[in-house]
Ligand binder design. Structure first.
Ligand code: FAD
Ligand code: NAG
Ligand code: NAG
Ligand code: NAG
Length: 510
């Protein structure tokens, strides 16, 4: 490959000369950009949160304008199928297995494409945000207008484009649906380099395709995100169960009730000692004497985690409402813990944990995570087979579990859900201990998936990683055909997001 880089002082833009060298007589074609390309020091683009796969790109584009992304894609598009060149958008690089990497290709550093965020107030308020923006920044910007997005992820140091390419699921999804159910409009650059504005009304197929589309149909450059009035404060509640059926029944009742909490999640706790003592640093036991009697050691427990949002003037009222909601639940009475934090502190809670883990050198370890969506009718089989059996401790990181209602998911998007009306998200989120490496946890993940297969639970993976197209076909099931059709319509050369391993450039895709 032949390349040359220089800065043109006439245009004051960086120009990348890129040519495949085959045939040798092919002239080098300049890509005019306002940002710049880097060819060295790109190790960051070969790393992600999973820290298990590392592929260096050939170059990284640091775009300054949307047109930089469009010109670069267009250029690679015009190189045609004979060139192996690929392109991956990189949000915050918090993928698990190289999904935002482009081996020997071009990585587009979306975070350098920051721009204005614009909040529009009114009956249905929204914000227009650059896709490379972190959710935490979107939140702070919207709060200046007394508004906030409705649906979140547990961790906000992720980009808008990165989570919308997956789904964006958290404890608000039972009510609002995932983040992909809360966007009105997108600006997308397709695999042919065309800039397209799309929504339910306009270019709807591309709009739905890109949501949950794993970066396969285009690069999102802007998103119009639905907002609501932001609460100031949050009552944050934890209660514990020792019986899974009781726990699940209460969770399902809460997500189906008209009057309920604002956030509903849960945690599986296996073989932990001193659990309640750990909570004391941030939560207050409602009955300190009783709480002292509670022993977690060794047992398998289920923690229901809830919040209720409020503004200071409503506090007495909200306390009453919480009391009434809790009175319907069957948790172990001595395990009621409550704390009160600002809305931002609550939403940004995992970042606080990140800082602690970083200080102990535990943040940059490999993360062999596993996320599974399980139909409601099979969750008890799953729990019996996995919690306390295949999963013998949760000391390496949290295991989350909570149900959502499928009516809040749009089946026109690329996201695939299990077949039933209600399904659970179960998220195994460990870090690999430095002394052990990831193998033990990878084996555990394999055993969990094998169990799901042999018990025919009808699960779908979230944030999946497969090595072959066969496995992807099985993942998408009936939805494969439309996924492949969209690929041939919007990225027919399979230039985009090669790290997902769904389509390969230069190979017929249908
Ligand atoms: C600590 C932590 C907590 C998490 N919590 C949650 C959670 O609660 N709920 C949840 O749903 N997920 C959660 N995730 C997963 C997270 O949503 C995904 O890892 C997401 O991909 C991260 O966003 P990113 O900006 O880092 O994307 P990247 O990892 O940079 O990219 C992800 C994929 O999307 C593509 N992509 C990136 N930007 C764009 C774009 N603008 N246009 C098109 N394609 C693009 C990339 O090419 C890649 O294929 C969590 C991850 C971490 C590390
Ligand atoms: C899911 O939500 C829909 C629409 O709000 C509702 O009609 C349905 O009863 C809910 N399903 C369950 C199992 O709660
Ligand atoms: C609990 O964990 C300890 C070490 O952390 C281990 O020795 C023990 O076997 C575990 N108990 C069960 C029931 O898995
Ligand atoms: C999506 O859901 C609607 C309403 O539930 C249904 O009529 C339609 O057939 C579904 N479409 C697909 C592609 O599954």
């Amino acid at each position: 490959m032949f390349l040359k880089q220089y800065t043109s002082n006439i245009l004051s833009t960086t120009v990348l000369l890129l040519c495949c060298g085959m045939p040798p007589s092919l002239p080098a074609v300049p890509i005019p950009v306002h940002g710049h390309f880097t060819f060295d020091g790109n190790e960051f683009a070969a790393r992600d949160f999973g820290n298990q796969l590392h592929s260096l790109p050939w170059a990284v584009l640091h775009p300054k304008k949307v047109s930089d992304v469009a010109s670069t894609i267009k250029h690679v598009w015009h190189m045609g199928p004979a060139s192996a060149m690929t392109l991956a958008a990189r949000g915050h690089g918090h993928s698990l297995l190289g999904q935002a990497q482009a081996p020997h290709g071009i990585v587009i550093n979306m975070e350098s494409l920051r721009g204005e965020m614009q909040v529009i107030k009114g009956k249905s308020p929204y914000v227009d945000a650059p896709a490379g923006e972190l959710w935490i920044n979107v939140l702070h910007h919207c709060l200046k207008h007394g508004l906030a997005p409705k649906s979140w992820t547990d961790y906000l140091h992720l980009t808008v484009g990165g989570t919308l390419s997956n789904a964006g699921i958290s404890g608000q999804a039972f009510r609002h649906g995932p983040q992909i159910s809360n966007v009105h409009q997108l600006e997308v650059i397709t695999g042919k380099g065309e800039v397209v504005v799309c929504s339910e009304e306009k270019n709807a197929d591309l709009f739905h395709g890109v949501l949950g589309g794993l970066g396969q149909f285009g690069i999102i450059t802007r998103a119009r995100i639905s907002l609501e009035p932001a609460p100031k404060q949050v009552k944050w509640i934890r209660v514990v169960y020792s019986d899974f059926s009781t726990f699940a029944r209460d969770q399902e009742r809460l997500i189906s009730a008209e009057k309920t909490f604002d956030y509903i999640e849960g945690l599986v706790i296996v073989n932990r000692t001193g659990l309640i003592n750990n909570w004391r640093s941030s939560f207050d036991p409602q009955d300190p004497d009783q709480a002292n009697q509670f022993v977690s050691d060794g047992r398998t427990l289920f923690c229901l985690e809830l919040t209720k949002n409020f503004n200071p003037a409503e506090e007495a009222h909200v306390d009453k409402e919480i009391k009434s909601l809790l009175s319907e639940l069957s948790y172990i009475p001595s395990t009621l813990f409550v704390t009160q934090v600002s809305y931002v502190e609550f939403l940004d809670r995992v970042h606080a944990a990140e800082l602690k883990l970083r200080s102990k050198g535990l943040w940059d370890l490999p993360h062999p995570w596993l996320n599974i969506l399980i139909p409601r009718s099979k969750i008890h089989t799953f729990a019996d087979g996995v919690f306390g059996n295949i999963l013998t401790d949760t000391n390496n990181g949290p295991v989350l579990i909570y149900p959502v209602n499928k009516s809040k998911w749009d089946n026109r998007t690329s996201f695939v859900t299990p077949d039933e009306d209600m399904f659970y998200l179960v998220a195994f989120l460990p870090h690999a201990a430095e002394s052990e490496g990831p193998q033990k946890l990878l084996n555990q993940n394999r055993r969990i998936l094998n169990f799901c297969d042999s018990a025919q639970l009808g699960v779908k993976q979230y944030l999946p990683h497969y090595k072959t197209q066969e496995e992807w076909r099985a993942h998408f099931g009936q939805r494969w055909e439309i996924f492949a059709q969209r690929k041939s319509a919007y990225d027919p050369l399979a230039i985009l997001a090669p790290g997902q391993n769904i389509f390969q450039k230069s190979i017929s895709i249908l």
